[in-house]
Design a protein around this ligand. Structure first.
Ligand code: BTN
Length: 266
């Protein structure tokens, strides 16, 4: 145990089959947020190798998107952060990293959960109409390049129930009525993220963009959306290269940034 009472276990991982994602796995019992922990590690002098994963059994200040908190029952779910160094990716193309991570997660979970698994734009992991997980990507820039990407991922795996304030959540256990080994799922996710990331790194942006679009929740379905305080009917027609959502409202193609549009489930 260290001075502040945390057990930190660093493993040279020989369970994970990829080349670098997850090979350096640091498991922590209790931490504020794995994203914070990884960012602190990066600001210390020692270099941190690409692919390092920080996994926590419990987080007491887990962070979600848009300043929300991320709630997860200790020991039941996956809460981890992964370091990538996508220096080949200009900041203007950072949405391709979001695509790659979302796809890696979906492709890892598809053999278990099947085709009801979707990506809700921009990067929520959905099963049916419920949220199975999400990610918080914090890009640390050097000029116009992404020097470090801290990719925080939270996925509900073995949690039996969610408190009422955690709206719309679902876990793998609620779907399949059995527990899963967290490290097995983590290793599958690392392997699949690595495969898609390597596609990006070799310049196969179109392959990644196409695969992302194929998994998109509500793609080409007539649904209700809300923007500027107004409800309207439309269908998702695509996602621009820079990540803007494109909705066809029957007459024109409208582009939306994050927070500018809401999906209304009826
Ligand atoms: C979301 O709101 O959908 C994003 C959730 C991201 C949660 C994960 S859990 C591991 C990592 N550490 C954090 O504090 N947040 C991310």
């Amino acid at each position: 145990m260290n001075a502040i009472g945390l057990y930190i276990i660093t493993l040279q991982n020989n369970i994970f089959s990829g080349l670098f994602v997850g090979q350096n796995l640091i498991t922590i019992q209790h931490v504020d947020s794995t994203n914070n922990f990884l960012k602190n590690l990066l600001s210390n002098s020692k270099p941190v190798t690409e692919g390092t994963v920080i996994m926590a059994e419990s987080q007491y200040a887990g962070r979600g998107q848009q300043q929300n908190r991320w709630h997860s029952e200790p020991g039941k779910n996956l809460t981890f952060s992964l370091l990538l160094k996508p220096v080949f990716l200009p900041v203007t193309q950072q949405f391709d990293l979001t695509r790659a991570i979302s796809l890696g997660i979906i492709e890892a979970l598809e053999p278990i959960l099947g085709e009801r698994l979707k990506i809700k734009w921009p990067n929520d992991i959905y099963y049916g109409d419920k949220k199975l997980g999400g990610m918080l990507i914090e890009n640390l820039l050097q000029g116009a390049l992404i020097k470090n990407a801290v990719i925080g991922i939270g996925l509900n795996i073995n949690q039996d129930a969610f408190p009422p304030h955690v709206a719309n959540a679902v876990s793998v256990k609620q779907i399949l009525h059995r527990d899963y080994d967290l490290r097995f799922i983590l290793s599958e996710i690392c392997k699949n993220i690595e495969a898609v990331y390597l596609q990006l790194r070799s310049g196969q942006f179109d392959v990644v963009r196409k695969a992302y679009l194929e998994r998109l929740y509500w793609l080409n379905e007539v649904k209700i959306f809300k923007a500027n305080g107004r409800l309207f009917e439309g269908k998702i027609a695509g996602v621009q290269d820079n990540g803007l959502l494109v909705i066809d409202d029957g007459g024109q193609l409208l582009n939306f940034n994050l927070k500018e549009v809401e999906f209304i489930n009826r």
